[in-house]
Design a protein around this ligand. Structure first.
Ligand code: SF4
Length: 216
């Protein structure tokens, strides 16, 4: 019996919308709360509220979907210390587990079995000052780094950071996403091609399929 508890906004089954497991059926555990306020945030409904659940109850809800892949997301999951216990419990249960994190909090103590999908916040996000650069050496060959690009200036910044920190080769994927309504997908695709960047362009599949309705 695991008595630790966390505040949970939602647990749902959908297709992974991002990262290199895009399209795979996945259970999402969305934790409540985030200390950041990115201008493009699409999960503001997870900032407050939520329901406090024991880890055993979370595991039971997850198991009811009979999944292979679990994504722990937010909000910022690591803002709740017990997230670390939840991540290990999900790994112990035999799932393939990923963690979506803003990159603003330490990832030192995340279970090494967990695939970290870490943002680097661009200037256009409004939260570039929150990037915890000390996290980068802690990422491994199974992890992924995501940039949400809000402008051409953001693109240039991201391109510089990819080079400065030698991100390609350090992690499994470097992901570039256009910020919805700020950069057209086509513009970002053409910039990447023109510069022959070794990064993966991605669109958010769940937005294309379900128009960003919570629970998908
Ligand atoms: S870190 Fe994520 S959840 Fe938090 S404000 Fe930024 S986009 Fe929203």
């Amino acid at each position: 019996m695991t008595q630790a508890s966390l505040k949970i906004t939602e647990i749902f089954y959908s297709l992974q919308g991002e990262s290199n497991t895009v399209g795979l059926p996945t259970v999402f555990v969305r934790l409540t709360g985030c200390p950041l306020r990115c201008g493009y945030c699409d999960s503001e409904y997870a900032f407050y509220g939520g329901e406090r659940l024991l880890i055993d109850d979370i595991l039971a809800q997850v198991a009811s979907f009979n999944p292979r892949y679990i994504c722990v997301t937010g909000g910022e999951p690591l803002a709740q210390r017990e997230c670390l216990t939840l991540l290990s419990a999900l790994c112990d249960a035999g799932y393939s587990v990923s963690l979506e994190t803003s990159g603003a909090l330490p990832v030192d103590d995340v279970d090494p079995r967990v695939i970290k999908v870490m943002d680097l916040k661009t200037p256009g996000s409004g939260e570039v000052g929150r990037n915890r650069w000390e996290n980068i050496p802690l990422l491994t060959a199974q992890d992924q780094i995501k940039f949400v690009i809000c402008s051409r200036e953001d693109y240039e910044w991201a391109r510089f950071k990819v080079d400065e920190h030698q991100l390609v080769g350090r992690v499994a994927e470097v992901l570039f996403s256009p910020s919805f309504g700020q950069v057209t997908p086509l513009s970002l695709a053409e910039w990447i091609l023109a510069d022959n960047l070794p990064v993966r362009f991605q669109l958010q599949l769940h937005k294309l399929l379900w128009n960003d309705v919570p629970g998908h």
